[in-house]
Each structure stands twice: as C-alpha cells, then as structure tokens.
Design a protein around this ligand. Structure first.
Ligand code: GAR
Length: 210
C-alpha cells in the first residue's frame, strides 16, 4: 500500500491536528503525517504533535512563508493540510500547491468566509451551521469544496456551545477526507472535485466517505 506524505500547518489548539495524526496510526490508513508546522511558538498543538511522535517545526515571523515552503519540500510532503492555520498564504504558494493543499473552515461555505463564523451564524438567525473542507486557491476560504458537515443551531446556543459542536464534526470529517485523498478516491482538477472518478455536484458528507 502506498502511503501519502502529509504536512499539517496549524496555529493554536491543534484538535484537528491530533485527530489527523491519530487516524494515521490506524491500520489501513493511506497517509502519514511527516511534519507539523506552526507559526506560533506557544501553540498547544506543539505538545500534542510531539507526544504523538510527529516532528514539529516552529517557523520564524520573518519570511515564514518561505520557511514553510522549504520545510514541506524537505520532508517531501505531497499534501499540505491547513488545520487552524491563521495566516493567509501568498498567491504564489497557493498556485504551487494547487490541488495539493486543503483547508478546514468553521462554516458552511460560501457562507461566512473569514473570522467569527459562529457569532455571525447566530446573529443571522441561521438554523443550520457547520464546517467545510476545500482545496486551497489564492482567494481566502474560496477553493472547490470537498465536504461539509452540518450542525443544527439550537435555542440558547452561544458562540462557545456552537463552536464546540462544529469542532466535533471537524475532528471526525477531516481525517476521512485526507484518507480519501491519499487513497485517490477524492481528486481535484480544474477547480472541480471528483469522488470515485465522478465529479461531485454538491459537497460530500462524512457518511459518503465511511
Ligand atoms: C477550527 O475550528 C478550524 O475550522 C478553524 O480554526 C479552528 C482550529 O481548531 N480554522 C479557521 O478558522 C481557518 N479559517 P484546532 O486548532 O483545535 O484544530
């Protein structure tokens, strides 16, 4: 079985990073996390990665994007995974990693690109919220959407309670999407995503992938 080399970029807590690494250790998994990279020296995710035996590199503030570019090359990364990486990647980076870089975002894209997604969903009176995984393009939170998980907004929900329920779905969905990319079930070409060789018309859900 061919195992795809994954690099994970993160900036903080690292729950997605943790679930991605844990899934990689299960039997039959087609990907390996060869490096975790952060821009934040005090990110709690550093300890999580280290405890799980994954190399973790902190990039300096100056020229961080070129450091990341070099590290990904040095580790022969085939798929770059953004897991709560809170910087905007330069256009050139996105172009060089076209179809080989994915991001998770805490909203049902194209709704609520950018920050404070849970607050904005509550303020808008939405009934359904969730998370999206998409291939990265130079436009922020805008590439072809691969998969989404929906979460019902309940009466009395706060930003925190809603964020926690969305995060649970994120932590389940992200490793399965990566597994499907690593096993070539999910591919991206020309701004279109295919699943088992067929172009998808709407985002996949966790159930489709299991
Ligand atoms: C996640 O909710 C992720 O969707 C979000 O940051 C959080 C990271 O959590 N990403 C973005 O907002 C990117 N636009 P984690 O560090 O526990 O994985």
């Amino acid at each position: 079985m061919r195992v795809m080399k994954i690099g994970v970029l993160f900036s903080g807590r690292g729950t997605n990073l943790k679930s991605i690494i844990e899934r990689s250790k299960q039997e039959g998994c087609c990907y390996e996390v060869v490096v975790a990279i952060t821009d934040n020296l005090s990110a709690p995710g550093i300890q999580l990665a280290t405890e799980l035996g994954v190399n973790c590199v902190v990039v300096p503030n100056k020229n961080w994007e070129w450091h990341i570019y070099d590290i990904l090359n040095k580790f022969n990364v085939e798929l770059t995974v953004l897991a709560g990486f809170m910087r905007i990647l330069p256009t050139l980076f996105c172009m060089r990693w076209e179809n080989r870089c994915i991001n998770i975002h805490p909203s049902l894209l194209p709704k609520y690109k950018g920050l404070h997604t849970h607050r904005r969903a509550l303020e808008a009176g939405d009934v359904i919220h969730g998370c999206s995984i998409h291939f990265v393009t130079p436009e922020l939170d805008d590439g072809p959407i691969v998969a989404q998980e929906q979460v019902l907004i309940q009466p009395g929900d706060t930003e925190q309670s809603l964020a926690a329920r969305v995060l649970e779905r994120e932590n389940l969905l992200y490793p399965e999407v990566i597994q499907c990319i690593a096993s070539r079930k999910i591919t991206s070409f020309d701004n279109k995503v295919s699943f088992n060789g067929v172009k998808i018309e709407s985002p996949l859900s966790l159930n489709d992938l299991l």
